[in-house]
Design a protein around this ligand. Sequence first.
Ligand code: ADP
Length: 687
Amino acid sequence: MSTPTLPVTRALRPAFARLRFLRSVWRRWFLWVLLAMLVLALLVTVVWLAGRHEVEQTQTALDRDTADAVSDLRSGLQRNSQTLRASLAAGADIELWETNAAALLREHREWLRLEWLDPSMRLVAAVDTPYRRHIFDDFRRAESQADVALACVTARKLGAPAFSPSHYVPIAQGSGLEVMEMCLPVEGGGYLVASYSLRDTLTELVAPMLSRGQEVAFTEIDGTRLAAIGAQRRVGTRVFTAQQLIDLPGAPVMLRVDGWRGVPDLFPNVLTALVTAISIALVSVLVLLARDTRRRLRAEHDLADALAFRKAMEDSVITGLRARDLQGRITYVNPAFCEMVGFTAEELMNSDREAPYWPTELAHEYQRRQAVRMAGAVPPREGFESVFMRKDGTRFPVLIFEAPLINAQGSQTGWMSAFIDISEQRRIEELSRASQERLQASARLATVGEMASLLSHELTQPLAAIASYATGSLNLLHAEGQPRGHDLDDVTMAVRRIAEQADRAGQVIRSVHDFVRRRDRTREAVAPQALIDAVLPLVRLQARKLDVQVELLFDDRLPPVYCDRTLVEQVLLNLARNGMQAMDLPELTERVLRIQVVRAGGFGRAVEPGSGADARRWLEFSVADVGPGISDEVAARLFTPFFTTRSDGMGLGLSLCRTVVEQHGGVMIFEPQAPCGTVFRFTLPVK
Ligand code: ADP
C-alpha cells in the first residue's frame, strides 16, 4: 500500500517544508501582532479614560458652580426681600417710603420698580429705578397687573414673599426685558412689590462668581430661555451644561450654566498629553523592536544559510577535520575524519586526553607532541607526517596541518587540524620506486647485452693465450725422451701464464657480474675513486675497442660522497659510453674521454643559495668527450625517456641518469666543450 504513495509524499515534501516555514514565521509574527494590538488597545483606552476623566471633572466643577450660583441667588433674593421689608419699618409714611425706595433702587440694579399696594391691591406709591427710563408707563403696568395679583395672592397665602411667572416688558427700539414680580405681604395689610429684571438679577446676584467662558441663564422648566448673561459660545468649543431648579415660591425657574472648553479634547490636560506622549514613545519602541526583529530574522536566515553551506562543505571534503580545545579535548570532527579512522564522532569526542586513533606504541610520543602544541608551539606550515590507527587496528600514514583556532574576539580557543590520508600516495610512490628499480635493472642488463660482444672479444685474448700456452706445454711434455730441465722451466712458466690469463678472464667476468648484480639500495659514504674504479674495467673494454683514450683527473684527497653506489656507477658508465659512442667516427683521429672529479663551485643548483640544504658541500663529476657535440634539436629532447638517435639504443640512459642524480639532491647538466665535444656534469652531496 505504502509504495504507490511514496512518490506523492516525496513530491509534497517541498510544500510541507514551505508550510512548516510559514508556520514558524506566523508563530513568531503572531506574538508581535498580538503585542502591538494589545498596546494599541491599552493606549486607546488610556487616552479615552483620561479624556473622560477630564470631561467628568469639568462637568463636576460646572455642577458645583451652578449649585453655588443657585444658593447665592436664593440668599440674595432673601436678603433683598428683607431689605424691602425694612423700607416700611419706619411706619406707613408715603414720602418716607418713597425716599427709602429710591435709595434702595440705587443700590439694587436688579430692581426696576418698587410699588406699595394697599390690601385691596391699589397703588399707594411707586418708585422707578434711576438707571432706566420709561419702562413702566401706566398702560404697561396695567398689563402686568394680573401677574402681580397672582404673586400677591400666593404671598398672602404663604405669609412670605412670592414670585410671579416672568413676563416680557418691551422697551424702546424693539427690545424688551424679561421681568418677574416679587410680592411681599406687609404687616397690617398691603403689599410691597419689586419688579426684578431677570437679566440684571443675573448680573448682580450671580455674575460675580461666574468664571470666564461660562454663560448663565434663567430658563423655564421646559427649557425656554428667559434671560442670559456671560460669554458667547465660541466656534470649535465643546459645551458642558448644568442646570438646577430655583424653586421660587409661585414661579419655579431653572438656572442653567453653560461652560465650554476648546476642542479637540484629545489632549485636554497634562495627564492625557503625558499618557499620549508615552504611548507614542511606546509605539515607536515597538516599531523599532519589530524592525530589529526583522533584521535579526534576516541575519538568522543568512547565518543558517552560511552554516548549511559550511556544513555541506565540511561534509563533502575528503580532508579530515578535527578541532581541539586548549585542554586537548576533541570538540569537533567532520564525517571525513570519522570515516578515515573508523570511529564515530561521539566516540572521538568522548575520549579523554588519549585519542582512540593513536597507535598504542606511539601514544606516549603523541602525548608529548600534544603537550608541546598546547604549550603554544607553532606547527610547521607545510604540515608533518604521522601514523594513525583505524578502529580495526590497521595503521596508516597521515599528513597533518595544524593552525590555531581563533574565536570572534580574537583569542585562541584551541587548534584546528586537517588530515590527509596518504596511504594511497605512499602505495603509488612505492610502486613507482619498484618500477624505477626494475627499469634500472633492465637498463643495466641492456648495457651488459650491448657489452656481450665486447666481452667475447676481450675474453678471446686470454682464452687464446691460455690455449696456446696449454698446447705449448703439452708439446713440451710429450716431446721424445725425458723432458729436460729447461723444458720443465718453460712448462712452469707456461702454466703460470695460463693462471694469469685465466685470472684476467675471471676479472673481466667478475667486473660484469659485479655491475649486473643487484646490490642493496643503501646510501653510504663512497670515495669518488672507488666509484670510478668500479666502472673502469667496463669503460676500458669499450675504449679499447673504439680506440679511445681514457683520462682520469681527480685529487686523492677528495671527500667521500654520500650515495647509492650501484646507481651512481651506472650513471658514470652511461655517460662514459655515450661519450665514447659519440666519438666513434672514422674522421676522428684523436679520441679522448676525460673523467674528472672536483669540488663543486655550484652550477644551476635547484636549491636556493643560503638555504639549509645548500650548506652541504658537493662534488662535481664530469665526463667530457671530443665528439661532434649535441645539436639543438637533440638537446631539446635529450632527457626524454626512449629518445635515441642510435639504431640499437634504448633511449633510457640519460633520463635514468638525471633521475638518479636528482634523487640524491644533485643536478645534472650538459654543455658544449671547446673546441668540440660535450661535457656532462652532475653533483653529489658530500656526507
Ligand atoms: P641511448 O644511449 O640508448 O641512445 P641515451 O639516453 O643515453 O640513450 O642517449 C640519448 C641520445 O643522446 C643518444 O642517442 C645520443 O644521440 C645523444 N647523446 C648522449 N650523449 C651524447 C654525447 N656525449 N655526445 C653526443 N650525443 C649524445
